[in-house]
Design a binder for this molecule. Sequence first.
Ligand SMILES: N[C@@H](CCC(=O)N[C@@H](CS)C(=O)NCC(=O)O)C(=O)O
Length: 255
Amino acid sequence: MKSIKLYGYATSPYVRKTGCFLYYKGIDFTHVPVNPIKPKATIGHTNGAQVPVLEVDGEWRRESSDHARWLDELFPEKLLYPLVHQAKIDKIDRWISDTYLPSYFRRSIDGGFNAPFLFRAWRLAALVNADTPLPLLIRLIWPLGLRTAPFIRHMAKHMDLTESYEDMQGRIFSELVGHIADGPYMGGLDQPTMLDFSVFPQLIFGYMFGLEKNLSAAMHPVIKDWLKRVSQHLPANPTLAADEMQSNSLTEALA
Ligand SMILES: N[C@@H](CCC(=O)N[C@@H](CS)C(=O)NCC(=O)O)C(=O)O
């Protein structure tokens, strides 16, 4: 049996994405929580701080979308990247990687430094702390850390910051609905692929782990039906965040 490790923290959308790839395929793996302020302790061997890192029998790779293709090579059942749909998947995956996932960092880039932002940032720090204890001071200055993190500043360079946060959110949500459309899965495919597992954990994370009161995406009937379909392929908590930190039930929100 192969030894499989996923290094990362559950507050990273990219880590949650690779986590869902593994869950969907039913692969036994160990989640190794990475302390973002001391990444060397766990991923020092990669000579960097970027997560997720997927390691199979000692060979490690970065880049979450590449993980889907690598996992298909190693475990060809339940393909995440079926080659018959390569062109369609590549196109939507580019949208997910370049537009959808970076949008989760927009508030950290130029949102108000206000109570909702502070609450969110402190909750994120608490979620990281549940897996890798952080000094109190570090948790307190987490909002500042998000504002100044080099990888987030780098993302900002590829965003149109002249579009307001609300306009961006509305636009991206409509684009998402368009990619799901009549389904049953993203891109109109009959089976779930890497696309579904790249988006699903992001839509549910904030609600399940106390960043948001409601699962607002589920107010849209297309998204709600799709969330229900995708959830059937994953465990009850597919996010890698500690179970004891869960605040809201997904089953209830999707009932
Ligand atoms: N393109 C990468 C992006 C990964 C990424 O940006 N990870 C962030 C966490 S959300 C990270 O590790 N940042 C710390 C760093 O790069 O030093 C992927 O898809 O895996």
